[in-house]
Write a protein that binds this ligand. Structure first.
Ligand SMILES: [Zn+2]
Length: 318
């Protein structure tokens, strides 16, 4: 498929109305928390003063994202599809991530050839490929990227949809044992809706596996991340959507140079009603102080960024 024409045009961004209430806890008081630029747009983040959810405000209309993910997102990485697949599955950061994710899932959840796993935002399907190889389980993927879909099919992974919101609405009752959001939950425009949708599509006692950026260490502000949240905020979100966190992990990133930073927060949570949970304590000033400490070694952070940029030239998935 030729995406060149599309890339010549700048992806269009359409905004929704500004949030008046926090989409997670319904608080009305926000703290302005920085902005990013994309093409001619300036995107602003708000930080909820009550629960600490950080979100693009105004939010971007979801329709715009669909096309961006379909044609634009992966094209950044898609230098040579076949070469990419060959390199990424055997070494490099994408491979390391696949090993990490599959380890988190298989070491904490019992898997066999009947286990039905859905990976949401699977990309090229590294996690599923790894699990399928080890356990022969049933692997389904939701992924909008055209290039990624082609690779999924070659890998024997069933591509069941391109839009998780629609899939979860239409397939309520299509039961999975595990649903994975490996670095994809914060890419959604409504984290509550998407997790409730996942809950409906899980067997009783089924699991979600989630990995998100740690905003206290790495930041993660980008067009791809309409939301950012700390561990405490993610825990609140999970409980609100009917999940009980079972295992937390903090991956310092697969790159040795990034070791001091716990860039990622991972969790496995079980589908079960959680009653009488309380909103965690959150204080904006305290949060900003923690973040300052987490990102204190700014020189090191820049070194990491330079390192990643250099790696990108030779390895498109970094
Ligand atoms: Zn809130």
């Amino acid at each position: 498929m030729d995406t060149t024409k599309f890339l010549d045009e700048k992806p269009k961004i359409i905004f929704e109305k500004r949030f008046e209430q926090c989409p997670l806890c319904l608080e009305r008081e926000f703290h302005p928390d920085g902005n990013i630029e994309f093409n001619e747009h300036k995107l602003e983040y708000s930080l909820c003063r009550r629960c600490g959810l950080k979100f693009l405000n105004p939010p971007i209309k979801k329709d715009g994202y669909v096309n961006i993910y379909k044609y634009f997102f992966w094209s950044e990485f898609d230098i040579n599809k076949n070469k990419l697949k060959k390199i990424s599955l055997k070494k490099g950061r994408a491979h390391n991530k696949a090993i990490y994710h599959s380890g988190m899932v298989s070491e904490n959840i019992s898997i066999n050839e009947k286990t039905k796993i859905l990976d949401v935002g699977s990309g090229y399907g590294y996690l599923l490929t790894e699990l399928k190889k080890q356990y022969g389980c049933i692997t389904h993927a939701i992924e909008p990227g055209e290039q990624a879909i082609a690779v999924l099919k070659e890998s024997g992974i069933e591509h069941v949809g391109s839009d998780a919101d629609i899939f979860f609405q239409e397939n309520a009752g299509n039961v999975y044992d595990i649903i994975c959001f490996a670095s994809s939950l914060i890419n959604f425009t409504d984290p509550v809706e998407i997790l409730k949708g996942a809950n409906r599509n899980l067997s009783d006692g089924g699991y979600v596996y989630i990995q998100i950026n740690n905003p206290l260490a790495r930041g993660g502000e980008s067009l791809w991340h309409p939301f950012l949240m700390t561990q405490e905020c993610l825990e609140f979100l999970l409980k609100k959507c009917g999940f009980k966190p079972i295992i937390w992990d903090f991956d310092p990133s697969p790159d040795k140079k990034s070791k001091p930073f716990k860039w990622w927060i991972s969790v496995i949570a079980r589908k079960e009603p959680v009653n009488d949970f309380e909103l965690h304590h959150f204080n904006v000033e305290e949060y900003l102080e923690r973040r300052k400490k987490g990102q204190a070694n700014i020189r090191k952070t820049y070194q990491d960024k330079i390192y990643i940029r250099e790696k990108r030239k030779s390895h498109p998935m970094v």
